[in-house]
Design a protein around this ligand. Sequence first.
Ligand code: ADP
Ligand code: MG
Length: 610
Amino acid sequence: MAIVAGIDIGNSTTEVALAEVSSGDGKTFLASALHPTTGLKGTVQNLRGIRLALGKAIEAAGWDRGDFGKVDLIRLNEAAPVIGDVAMETVTETVITESTMIGHNPSTPGGLGIGVGVTVAYDDLRNQARDESVVVVIPGSIDFEAAAGAVNEAIDRGVNVKALICQNDDGVLISNRLSRPLPIVDEVSAIDKIPLGMDSCVEVAGPGRVIEVLANPYDVATIFGLSPEETKQIVPVTRALVGNRSAVVIRTPMGEVKERSIPAGEISIDSPNGRKNVDVEAGAEAIMNLLSVCHPITDIFGQPGTNVGGMMERVRTTMAKLTGLSIAEIHIQDLLAVDTMVPQKVVGGLAGEFSQENGVALAVMVKTAKLPMQAVAEAVSEDIGIKVEIGGVEADMAIRGALTTPGTDRPIAILDLGAGSSDASFMKYDGSVELIHLAGAGNMVNTVICSELGIEDPELAESIKRYPLCKVESAYHVRQEDGTVRFFDRPLAPDLFGRVALAISDDILQPIPLRVSMEKVRMVRRKAKKEVFVTNALRALEHVAPAGNVRMIDHVVLVGGSAKDFEIPTMVTDALARYGVVSGRGNVRGSEGPRNAVATGLVLSYRGTS
Ligand code: ADP
Ligand code: MG
């Protein structure tokens, strides 16, 4: 009899399965545990996480947490053939060479509506003739009472004041003192850059609404009498203004706004058919199409001196350091590209405007000939004082673990959806296994969420990925993202009111510190999951399916941390149903859910007590 611990060191989680193996090779599972992986997968830094996870399992089995002596053998996965890196490349940029627009969301714009007129400096207001239509530009040095007074006086004299643009945050204060309501855009920091004597249009939307006229190129063309050619030029401006509560567009004859593309570099894919190149700017679809005809991929390079080039080099350098191999021996084996929108500061904007630029998120994966796992095994053995051996390859172990899901049988395919990679394996009747590890999984979803919503906090992105949304509509009820209403017995915290929040649990709501609608967050979240996991599920299964035909697979079991997600399994299942494939979330050993498949497989593949 021996106590065996199967330990799976993942990019994100270290999982343990602890079992008693009898002399007849019967296996009784005693406990499972997990702990976040410490350090980069496949390095000796993993040791701490292994100790913690193993300690938890030993404790769960009824012994003392530190009693490592109870364990006779540790079986590690042959991990670390992969490290992933995820990066964002922005491929377009909006540049304003002359000030042409202001579009932002001051928290309290004043007034309401649309005003069209010629821009006039505050100091020049008294020189304006009757019936002249003007938009007054008020610098921060003018006090709001004085400003309102001067505007009222001009109006009395018959000047047609149409709107105001001010530097300070006092739109509401001025508005309250005017003899007639005017749209006011405030908090315009670079007010001195506003060109004077030019035709302009100011739009302020009502509470809870967004501007409509200035976000529509044809309305802008109507206001300024633009030619079709000029209308085309204004499109980047209107695009940048979409979703704002207030905006100004100033027509400067010399002004130029353009969308220019940033040379993001080329990706070169090597395969036995030679080298093929694709521009990152061509977008995710073009990149993935090229990738699918390069089979098997022997290496991938980024054009030196560009962003992609830098990213590929970073991956190679990290991996070279990790393994002690030379950079030339490190080969990139897979890549996943996803199109994204990235909010970027408009170059030359007047009030910190952002525009949704196009971007491409890339995840890459490296495979080395020599695995650094032996070093980890030796370090674990020395540190804990237990014999350590390296079991099988992750995807192979995962399928053995997944087969303990009640109701499953060979032939079977699995998808192990983790943090860094999406792995698939297919086991035939005879037990032979085909497997593949592909770049892109949970981490990439977080990257896309971060970039599309302009978030910098990785924990917030992780929470947005994991929890459904709601909008707190009153002290006692929320509107959930599926449209239903939920009532509470006790009043909700005041800081939640009117906010979009995450439903962390039945009674914990966490407000999202972003000024975006629930619909937008939901759309970004679902799109990111779909583009990463549905794309990878199909790619992976095509690789392992008999004759590359996904339809030849009957059953797919989903395992790994991302299979715990509240919507990823459904998205994958829906996509696979179109190929006549039945799929669902695994339940390892009938008790672990989609977790612990690799660790369980490591125990099950143990042969004999030698
Ligand atoms: P690895 O094998 O690479 O260590 P895991 O199988 O532990 O990865 O999966 C980690 C991934 O699973 C992470 O991207 C994490 O965000 C995601 N994940 C873990 N739990 C959940 C959950 N409850 N809902 C959604 N995603 C989850
Ligand atoms: Mg894993």
